[in-house]
Design a protein around this ligand. Structure first.
Ligand code: ADP
Length: 725
């Protein structure tokens, strides 16, 4: 009671508000049924076009699910209650047979004077038209089963026809009747099998076994014998899975793998009724006296993709002018598609390649990073020094085992979070902390070597700041190396060096004193030998010989003493450095050797030589030694030729003394600069073996070096360097 009352209030209220025409649409099925949706849409769109203000009431019987007499009478009772007080329902539209039949039954009671437009009425149900009290116009629906079977025949002439429709629906029965009426027009061998009962599952199983023999013609099949109700899409899906060429008589079943057919189109049916309703409401058309009108013939729809799956094309049915949902491929469009496919494929290949490359790169980078981390980890663990990582507040973040050991902490003891001074308490860096902080704050590295009071241990301490572009976090790294051993060794070396220098200088002192003091007695021996010689009578040849030997010996001792004296002077610190013209010094040295030069018919060329800073006496000695050697060690029967030249190098002069003498084999080129080293016997060439050792000392004292090379003449070139002024 309460529900009815509420419905009434709602309808009364909405009716009182609206002044425009009211149309009541009664649908046979529920609003979620695709067919109903489309027919309703056709009606609404067309009425809105001509009478936009019209209020459209819609009621849905849902005759697909429930079809008992009781349900129909209850539905009408609801309809009557809801609309009995709405006096201005101007037009009623029924869709499909159930709604049409319901209104026919209640023709005299439900708005008896209001006109009716009925659509979706099956073509052979028009008898219902008779005996209406109200003005009526009926639009019938003509299932184009004959034409559709013709199409199936044209495309699949060898296949049997499986006709699927529920036997309890009018449209199904009507379609069968229609086909049977025209059966004779088809070839006799056309086999047709009606599937009107059984479950959809059972039918599918049967067909699946003989899928190559059949073509399907689907009227509709929503509810099977077990009362299971299928949504339209579900039916299409089941049929599509069978992989049998399938055609339909209802447009809402187009989709999936359905090839096509001449289906009735609910939107068109609704649109025809809606268009006519508009004209009636506008007073441009009258209902009474109108005859039944067939819906216009449906179009042939073909889904080319689905047809081609069965190896067929539209050629056989071209004359029917089908609406092809996919255009046949022309050579041009094929190239186009291939072009696009290639482009898309290329694009995908490039994307995949990029992804693969990126992935590989990433893997490589990860591997690299992993091995770098491992390397770093091993390094940090094994480096013979303590490493302490701190945050910018000097709080410890991490440290290596060596640090824990050096700083006297156990391996498991956690230093993290402790202040730098606390961590390094064992080596007491508290005093140095201010300087460390100062250096870090000014972006510098702190480095110092500490000797800890009361211990012989030395530590090299470096504290540096670590900041990266990727991270705003600053870290402080402290390295502590125990360098006690190195320091000890360095000190020892220093001590040894000083000791050596001391003993060298003692030795030089000794050589000087010894040679100096030996000069006098040797001179005395020589004098007395001279005296002895002058007093001796000439009869004893033997005595003469002995005296000569003794004189030779004392002369040799004399020249040895002289050379040793020169050697010790060359090593002394009595050098007086001044700028001198080297040409002058060398010329002077040559002049001193002139008698020997003349004797040997030698040639000594002095090229232009530079001004240098030197001790004149020592430089003179150096050249005299080199020149006299160049004259002395000449080849037999070859007059000596000596050339003295200079070359300017980066920071020094190179002076060359080249001769055409005996030459020096490579293995002796270093040895000859050592004291007393000689390559020839004294009987052949006079000498003490000290000359080149003196030269080396003098060159070293002038900050240069001396060596010997062989030259193209087969002789030797003695080279030495002196700094440029
Ligand atoms: P020495 O008094 O024997 O000349 P030096 O120290 O001057 O002593 O020379 C050492 C040795 O180097 C010489 O004995 C000689 O064998 C070799 N020597 C030096 N100068 C020349 C040279 N210009 N040509 C060949 N050999 C040389």
């Amino acid at each position: 009671m309460t529900a009815k009352f509420l419905i009434l209030i709602t309808v009364l209220l909405s009716a009182s508000v609206l002044q425009a025409d009211n149309v009541l649409v009664i649908q046979s099925y529920s609003p979620d049924y695709e067919w109903t949706k489309q027919i309703q849409q056709g009606i609404t769109e067309e009425i809105r076009k001509s009478c936009p203000e019209t209020h459209i009431y819609s009621e849905y019987i849902d005759a697909k699910r429930v079809s008992s007499e009781k349900y129909f009478s209850e539905f009408f009772e609801m309809l009557n209650t809801k609309y009995q007080y709405v006096s201005d329902i101007d037009l009623i539209i029924t869709c499909d047979n159930a709604a049409y039949a319901l209104l026919k039954k209640n023709d005299e009671t439900f708005y008896p004077a209001t006109g009716l437009i009925a659509c979706g009425i099956n073509w052979n149900q028009t008898n219902l038209l008779e005996n209406w009290n109200r003005p009526v116009r009926v639009f019938t629906e003509h299932p184009m089963v004959i034409e559709t079977v013709e199409v199936v025949q044209e495309l699949f002439p060898k296949r049997k026809l499986a006709f699927l429709c529920e036997d309890n629906t009018i449209s199904g029965r009507v379609s069968i009747e229609l086909f049977e009426k025209h059966r004779a027009e088809f070839p006799k061998d056309l086999e047709i099998k009606y599937f009107t009962n059984g479950t959809l599952k059972q039918i599918s199983e049967k067909l699946k076994k003989n899928r190559d023999e059949y073509a399907i013609l689907l009227m509709n099949y929503q509810r099977d014998d077990e009362g299971i109700y299928y949504q339209t899409e579900k039916v299409v899906e089941i049929i599509s899975r069978l992989n049998i060429p399938a055609f339909v008589l209802n447009y809402t079943y187009m989709g999936g793998a359905i090839i096509g057919g001449y289906p009735t189109e609910p939107f068109q049916e609704g649109a025809i009724a809606g268009k006519f309703a508009g004209r009636v409401l506008n007073g441009k058309a009258a209902l009474a006296g109108q005859s039944v009108v067939d819906s216009p013939h449906n179009k042939l729809h073909i889904n080319l993709d689905n047809l081609q799956k069965f190896g067929k094309d539209c050629d056989a049915i071209k004359h029917r002018d089908p609406v092809v949902s996919k255009k046949p491929l022309t050579a041009e469009s094929l190239i186009n598609i291939i072009g696009w496919y290639s482009l898309v494929t290329l694009f995908l290949v490039v994307i995949i390649a990029i992804l693969v490359i990126n992935f590989t790169k990433r893997r490589k980078a990860e591997k690299k990073l992993h091995s770098a981390n491992r390397y770093l980890d091993t390094l940090v663990r094994n480096v013979p020094g303590a490493i302490i990582r701190c945050d910018k507040e000097f709080k410890c973040i991490d440290y290596n085992e060596y640090a824990a050991e050096l700083l006297g902490f156990g391996k498991k003891e956690k230093l993290n979070g402790k202040h730098f001074c606390e961590v390094t308490a064992a080596i007491n860096l508290t005093d140095a902390f201010d300087s460390i902080k100062k250096a870090i704050d000014s972006g510098k590295e702190f480095r110092e070597i500490f000797q800890f009071p009361g211990s012989s241990r030395y530590y090299d301490i470096r504290v540096t700041q670590l900041s990266s572009e990727e991270s705003s976090e600053t870290e402080i790294l402290c390295f502590i190396y125990d360098i006690s051993r190195e320091v000890k060794m360095r000190l020892e070396i220093e001590e040894k060096k000083q000791e050596l220098e001391r003993s060298n200088s003692d030795l030089e002192q000794f050589a000087y004193i010894a040679s100096h003091d030996l000069q006098e007695p040797v001179r005395m021996v020589t004098c007395y030998l001279d005296l002895l010689e002058s007093e001796l009578d000439s009869s004893s040849q033997e005595i003469w010989k002995y005296i000569k030997y003794a004189k030779d010996g004392s002369e040799r001792i004399n020249s040895l003493i002289k050379d040793l004296l020169s050697y010790s002077r060359a090593g002394s610190n009595e050098y007086e450095f001044k700028a001198w013209n080297l040409t002058e010094i060398v010329e002077e040295s040559r002049n001193s050797l002139n008698p020997r030069i003349d004797e040997l018919e030698a040639k000594v060329d002095i090229e232009e030589l530079p001004m240098i800073r030197c001790d004149r006496t020592q430089m003179y000695r150096l050249f005299t030694n080199l020149l006299s050697n160049a004259l002395k060690y000449h080849k037999k029967d070859v007059s000596p030729v000596v050339i003295i030249s200079s070359e300017m190098k980066d920071t020094y002069w190179q002076i060359n003394v080249a001769d055409n003498g005996l030459g020096i084999s490579e293995e002796y080129r270093d040895k000859i600069f050592e004291i007393f080293k000689r390559l020839n016997s004294r009987s052949e060439y006079e000498g003490t073996g000290i000359g080149l050792a003196i030269c080396k000392k003098i060159v070293q004292k002038h900050g240069g070096s001396i060596w010997v090379e062989s030259n193209s003449e087969g002789g030797s070139t003695f080279c030495f360097t002196v700094p440029i002024i």
